[in-house]
Design a protein around this ligand. Structure first.
Ligand code: GLC
Length: 544
């Protein structure tokens, strides 16, 4: 009998940034109750899995990625009862839910760190990474992911503690078995409560070289694939072999539950290393984000290449993860010239290419980047670099202030876009374009981006070839450089996907046996002679 495809290989994921999704109690901050009230929306749109950014107890210096109690809920989001109800309501709708697990670091306000820094003799001292300096200099040359030394001096004990990210996010010491046990217990706690898995925050940073060797020099100011930054190769502080071993350990924990759980890693590494995290026998993390679509060029050549690369590096049974944006990156639509037509074509690609698509809330309506004057910046990374003039940041194409992609969800054309009550000031301003760009307007408009998302998600769930079949790229139409054409195949299903990224009409001789149109956007036609005419910026999907 053919093995059943596990749910996590064919699912579609919708990321919610809780603070910005829906405020139910009029404090200007999104909350769990707000999310519960929108589950029918997500279900109807067609997503199968929801991932929530952290909502745990936190001083909110990095908006929840600085946790002070892993089992507590930040009061502005609700309480444990809401979490339980959220899980239950998600499952009632036959959807799944992932939480965000921040294993690498805690907040410096966590009682563990407070104890750890209280004295060298404290039993929690070794729960974090403390070292003597080299004279007045830090213990070695390691840089943090956001630049600057990753070491921070603690005057009372005259030692340095290590932080991969910001200074108020001290790294836990994963070489201490008490720490790994404590963090596995955290993972177990929410899995026991019914959560379907985790998105794993900066998972590649868990272990550090035990000899604390200096990192080599690099020519790169920034590179995702081979993690390097600020002219340093992060050779000894990221992607250590022990972290890969820990991925396998975590998977064993996940596998101990009767229903399969999903571990989705946020990892920055080259493809070979990513494959190790996944495991040569798939014994590691179930999925790892691929970042090749963050730098997307909306053209057939670029995307065709992505398909080829993904098949070369992550052929079946591996499953690529297809993602255009998240809470750390400029909004997709603002990276493609605010062009809704291109956003629609990219959605066709994302939901029909082989892989698990992850959509960041608001992408389904083409929400654009919020412009916020510097004095209103709330993101600690933005604030850290706010001394750099804006034109320099623009010219260097570096994205430092992440507030712009975190503005409140635009539900409707009314005041505050329906995110919170009309008379309340939301935690971040609603983007000015909300009277035009919002869910309810797009629901009512049959050719909107939102309606395309909805159709594509439903078609994908209904067709095995699309959600778990193989892929075959059609390259016979090389002269049409604007055409991207491929098949998705499974058993007896054959699906043809055609996307025209150009301004000119394209004719495609359809001798493929796929004659039934199941999706079309823009001007598309199949004529008597079997020619498919694809108008400018249009796409069509045919099935056999
Ligand atoms: C990850 C998160 C980011 C957070 C950082 C530190 O990269 O996506 O938002 O600030 O880790 O936890």
């Amino acid at each position: 009998m053919a093995e059943q495809t596990p749910w996590w290989r064919k699912t579609t994921i919708y990321q919610i940034y809780p603070r910005s999704y829906k405020d139910s109690n009029g404090d200007g901050i999104g909350d769990l109750e707000g999310i519960i009230s929108k589950l029918d929306y997500i279900k109807d749109l067609g997503f199968e899995t929801i991932w929530l950014s952290p909502f745990f107890s936190s001083p909110q210096q990095d908006w929840g990625y600085d946790i002070s109690d892993y089992l507590g809920i930040a009061p502005e989001y609700g309480h444990l009862g809401d979490v339980e109800r959220l899980i239950e309501e998600v499952h009632l709708r036959e959807m799944r839910i992932l939480f965000d697990l921040v294993l690498n670091h805690t907040s410096d306000k966590h009682t563990w760190f407070q104890a750890s820094r209280s004295s060298k003799q404290d039993p929690k001292r070794d729960w974090y990474i403390w070292k003597d300096g080299r004279g007045s200099r830090p213990p070695n040359n390691w840089r943090s992911i956001v630049g600057g030394s990753a070491w921070h001096f603690d005057a009372p004990s005259k030692q340095w503690y290590y932080a991969s990210f910001l200074p108020f996010q001290p790294d836990l010491n994963f070489r201490n078995p008490e720490v790994t046990q404590a963090m596995l217990a955290v993972a177990r706690y929410w899995l026991d409560l019914g959560v379907d898995g985790y998105r794993l925050d900066i998972f590649h940073s868990l272990f550090k070289d035990k000899d604390f060797r200096d990192n080599p020099w690099s020519t790169k100011l920034f590179s995702r694939e081979y993690p390097a930054g600020f002219f340093q190769d992060y050779l000894y502080n990221l992607n250590q072999p022990e972290t890969i071993q820990f991925a396998y350990q975590l998977r064993q924990l996940a596998n101990s539950y009767p229903s399969p759980k999903l571990l989705l890693g946020e990892i920055f590494a080259d493809n070979n290393t990513i494959k190790e995290y996944l495991g040569h026998d798939l014994e590691g993390l179930n999925l790892v984000f691929l970042w090749n679509l963050l730098d997307v060029h909306p053209d057939a050549g670029y995307l065709g290449n992505i398909l080829l690369q993904n098949e070369a590096n992550f052929a079946q049974p591996y499953t690529p993860v297809l993602v255009y944006g998240n809470h750390d990156n400029q909004r997709l639509i603002s990276r493609i010239g605010e062009d809704m037509r291109l956003a629609l074509l990219l959605a066709v690609f994302q939901f029909t290419a082989r892989g698990v698509p992850v959509t960041y809330y608001g992408e389904e309506i083409g929400m654009s980047e919020l412009y916020l004057p510097k004095k209103e910046w709330k993101d600690p990374v933005g604030i850290r670099y706010s001394w750099l003039p804006e034109f320099v940041l623009k010219a260097m194409k570096i994205y430092v202030n992440r507030d712009g992609c975190r503005s409140p969800m635009q539900w409707g054309p009314g005041e505050n876009a329906g995110f919170t009550s009309p008379d309340i000031k939301p935690w971040l301003p609603v983007n000015k374009d909300y009277p035009q760009v919002n869910v309810s307007s797009q629901e009512a408009q049959s050719d909107s981006l939102w309606n395309a998302y909805r159709q594509l998600l439903h078609i994908r769930s209904e067709h095995k070839a699309l959600n778990s079949g193989s892929i075959e790229i059609i390259d016979r139409d090389r002269n049409n450089t604007n055409l991207l054409a491929y098949f998705r195949l499974s058993d007896s299903q054959k699906i043809l996907i055609l996307i025209n990224f150009g301004e000119k009409q394209i004719s495609f001789l359809n001798d493929t046996g796929c004659r039934q149109e199941i999706f079309s956007a823009g001007d598309t036609r199949l004529d008597q002679a079997g020619i498919i005419k694809l108008g400018p910026y249009s796409a069509a999907i045919f099935s056999n």
